[in-house]
Write a protein that binds this ligand. Structure first.
Ligand code: NAP
Ligand code: GLV
Length: 309
């Protein structure tokens, strides 16, 4: 029985090292050096090649290296009946909350303007808008969205949240479903996307959505690149419908050098770092699930494959 690490574009070594330290008896294989495919009972994956997971007849669990599972679910040849899990950990949640708060404060305290002013040796102080007047709308109120919303409430912002099903979060004005989406947007000055990528949410950050926000709103996308229609963002920025955007995720990653976002004066880019999975912190969760499936138990943090998250 073996645990397979299949990470495309990520270094498998820290995972191998921490997992074997936690359990020196573990038989760990690092893709593509798999050995006998029948040995593999558990696969830790990130952006695996489509169809690859069908090759392991004794697979009992597919574990995402991150919080999102869209990279697994998009595989049309996913083996049927094998549970899929994701990472839920306070290290991811804390990191995402910090990033979102930083992006909101950076925008609201006009830091982008002051960086530009410094380049031109301009001394031009501005009063920030009172926080209670700034509507921050968080799309997705799950593990990450709810924590970010609570962090923003603690800072004194007027926080709105939107989810698929009703939610009650102290200090957050909540909305749910498509019928309440426009109402949610109409009160939002800063839109934060923390949705999972599903057929319902793909392309949800589009011109129609942007037009429903308060004039000159700011966008923070920390979920997935395919939530955003990239050409619509350029139009919205160039027409002043949006005043700016902080983007951590992109349709194609790494963002190609010729992409117009790189040079757009109203776009701030970070390279998918808002919440990185730390192997040291989350390997015990992977090991726990490995042991659970060997004992015939359901793994924890399983996702609903029909729902897509
Ligand atoms: P989660 O706990 O599964 O929460 C998802 C939330 O989205 C839930 O509140 C859900 O509503 C809502 N939602 C789903 N479909 C919806 C729809 N059609 N309309 C309205 N709301 C909808 O997920 P999470 O752990 O917070 O993570 C969210 C996403 O963040 C991940 O899927 C991943 O793509 C992204 N992420 C990015 C990074 C990064 O570094 N950039 C790091 C980690 C995660 P209900 O609760 O009502 O079902
Ligand atoms: C990162 O993008 C994650 O899904 O954890």
């Amino acid at each position: 029985m073996a645990l397979l690490i299949m990470l495309v574009g990520e270094d498998p070594e820290p995972w191998k090292s921490v997992l074997s330290r936690l359990d020196p008896s573990l038989d760990i294989r690092v893709w593509p050096q798999v050995g006998d495919v029948e040995d593999i009972v558990f696969a830790l994956v990130w952006n695996h090649p489509r169809g690859e997971l069908r090759k392991y007849p004794n697979l009992k669990c597919i574990a995402s290296m991150g919080a999102g599972v869209d990279h697994i679910i998009r595989d049309p040849e996913l083996p049927a009946g094998v549970p899929v899990t994701r990472i839920v950990h306070e290290s991811l949640t804390r990191s995402m909350t910090e990033y979102v708060i930083h992006a909101v404060l950076d925008h609201c305290r006009d830091m982008e303007k002051y960086r530009r002013d410094q380049a031109g040796k301009i001394w031009d102080p501005k009063f920030p808008r009172p926080r209670k007047e700034v509507g921050v709308g968080v799309m997705g109120l799950g593990e990450l969205g709810a924590a970010a919303a609570i962090g923003l409430v603690e800072l004194g912002y007027r926080v709105l949240g939107w989810s698929r099903t009703p939610k009650a979060i102290s200090g957050v004005q909540t909305f749910w479903g498509m019928e309440q989406f426009s109402h949610f947007l109409s009160q939002t000055d800063i839109l934060v996307c923390l949705l999972p990528l599903t057929p319902q949410t793909e392309g949800i950050l589009n011109l129609e959505t942007f037009r429903k926000l308060r004039p000159g709103a700011f966008l923070i996308n920390v979920a997935r690149g395919r939530h955003l229609i990239e050409e619509d963002l350029i139009v919205a920025l160039d027409q002043g419908i949006l005043s700016g955007a902080r983007l951590d995720v992109f349709e194609v990653e790494p963002l190609p050098p010729e992409h117009p976002f790189w040079d757009h004066p109203k776009v701030q880019i970070t390279p998918h770092v808002s919440s990185l999975t730390e192997p040291e912190a989350v390997a015990p969760q992977i090991l726990e699930n490995y042991e659970r499936v060997l004992r015939g138990l359901e793994p924890v943090n399983q996702v609903d494959l029909q729902r897509g998250y």
